[in-house]
Write a protein that binds this ligand. Structure first.
Ligand code: IMP
Length: 423
């Protein structure tokens, strides 16, 4: 029996989908534990590129079960389009994909509330993906939400109406100009609910407990990244769930002492989409080059991602919060072509040199302190073994390992499954 955990260590978009896909053949069950359709996990294999939003990244492998855990929020409309998008792959979704009854539902009015809240914030907006994530988690913790299990209740429609009416009053309270046609959105929502009903709803914590007793292996799949965690991220510029290791326990009902390996995924540089502090952001040619070579555009919103250098202060913080046991470095190929690479090893915080992430990392408080390392020119995308990698890249890897005290076990040199080097 194994329960391992995989999560992102930066501001999301680290390439978790690819790594889960690479690892899935080793696990019986892949279980998503938080987030919702704000995520976009990109998988590339056999010349196919596919983006998953709510569905776990093990779905393309033959012999595993994919679970959407209680910590996830599901938008039936987005979910239906995800299911429709998978039709061409002839997957047996009825037996491969199961959903926790305790997962919360994103209503059309949650999306509208997200839009109203962001509009009302003006310049202080979070830069939300506007998928209704925040309002849905607010209803969850406020004990007002609708869950997948409620779909099976006779009075589901009445419950829906009561909550949607409340949301409409709240939208009016914001006093912003949001145009919408609710009857149309509701028609789409209830049609999508009928599709959702074709899948199995389960008590996933019990299912996972029994699976562990039977010796099944489980990989818990996180979404977003540790610096977007609602408690430990750059609040308020975060998402509304616990993206860190603790989220796997609450989002699946798995006990902390059952988790063995914690795989931490990070990019060889740093990106962020949406608002909020980003000390190592590069506004010049280097940042542009990372964005261009790395194709740094959001897979959900299409927004250009902000780019910058690797921040070891933030990485160490994320490793500590999550108890990471193995690191996986993504997109090393994007850094080919730089003469020198900058790595942030400390912050100047209000005039003092510090090595930890303080309460407030806004630009006016924090200036990164960099170490410069040699770059490499070679194209890595066709390389298949660790030995063949340029010496300067190996130095870069070893520098990071020494600084954070955790080994890098996988180096990714391109988006395809095959472009993955085991160290
Ligand atoms: P929300 O979760 O859609 O409300 O977005 C809150 C913040 O998290 C915004 O800055 C988003 O850009 C960011 N965010 C949410 N999901 C992701 C993701 O999957 N990757 C990267 N950033 C994300």
């Amino acid at each position: 029996m194994t329960v391992d955990l995989l999560l992102g260590l930066q501001w999301g978009d680290e390439g978790k989908g690819k790594i889960v896909d690479v690892l899935t053949s080793q696990y019986d069950i892949i279980a998503r534990f938080q987030g919702g359709p704000n995520a976009g996990h990109t998988l590339e294999f056999d010349g196919i590129k596919h983006v998953l939003r709510t569905i776990p990244s093990g779905i393309f492998h033959q012999n595993n079960i994919n679970i959407i855990g209680n910590g996830v929020v599901i938008d039936p409309v987005v979910f239906k389009s995800e299911i429709d998008g998978l039709a061409k792959f002839n997957l047996d979704l009825q037996s491969k994909l199961i959903i926790s009854r305790k997962a919360h539902l994103i209503l059309p009015t949650h999306r509208l509330l997200d839009a109203a809240s962001e509009t009302a914030k003006g310049k202080a907006k979070i830069g939300s993906t506007l998928k209704g994530i925040g309002p849905t988690y607010m209803d969850k913790t406020g004990r007002n939400g609708l869950r997948v299990g409620d779909i099976e209740l006779a009075d589901f429609k009445e419950r829906y109406r009561a909550l949607a009416d409340k949301h409409e009053a709240m939208i009016a309270f914001y006093d912003v100009n949001i145009q919408y046609n609710l009857p149309e959105l509701e028609k789409e929502f209830f049609e999508a609910i009928e599709d959702l009903k074709k899948l199995s709803f389960i008590d996933s914590e019990e299912y996972l407990a029994q699976a562990q007793k039977k010796g099944k292996s489980i990989l818990c799949e996180g979404a977003q990244g540790s610096l977007l965690d609602v408690d430990f991220g750059t609040y308020p510029f975060v998402t509304s769930s616990n993206t860190t290791a603790a989220g796997a326990c609450t989002g699946l009902g798995i006990a902390p002492n059952k988790i063995k390996e914690v795989y931490g995924i990070f990019k060889a540089y740093t990106t962020r989409v949406g608002s909020g502090p980003f000390p190592t952001e590069d506004f010049g040619a280097a940042g542009d080059m990372m964005a261009k070579t790395g194709n740094e555009f959001g897979s959900v919103t299409g927004r250009k991602r902000r780019c910058g250098w690797l921040d070891l202060v933030a990485l160490k913080y994320a490793i500590q919060i999550n108890g990471v046991t193995q690191l996986m470095m993504m997109k090393a190929d994007v850094l080919s072509g730089f003469d020198t690479l900058k790595v942030c090893t400390a912050y100047n915080y209000k005039g003092e040199v510090i090595h930890h992430l303080p309460y407030n990392i806004e630009e006016e408080n924090v200036t990164p302190i960099y170490t410069e390392l040699r770059g490499w020119q070679a194209d890595l995308t066709g390389m298949t073994s660790y030995d063949s990698l340029p010496l300067a890249l190996k130095d870069y890897i070893e520098f990071i390992e020494r600084a954070v005290g955790v080994p890098i076990k996988i180096v990714s040199v391109g988006p395809d499954r095959k472009q993955t080097i085991m160290k």
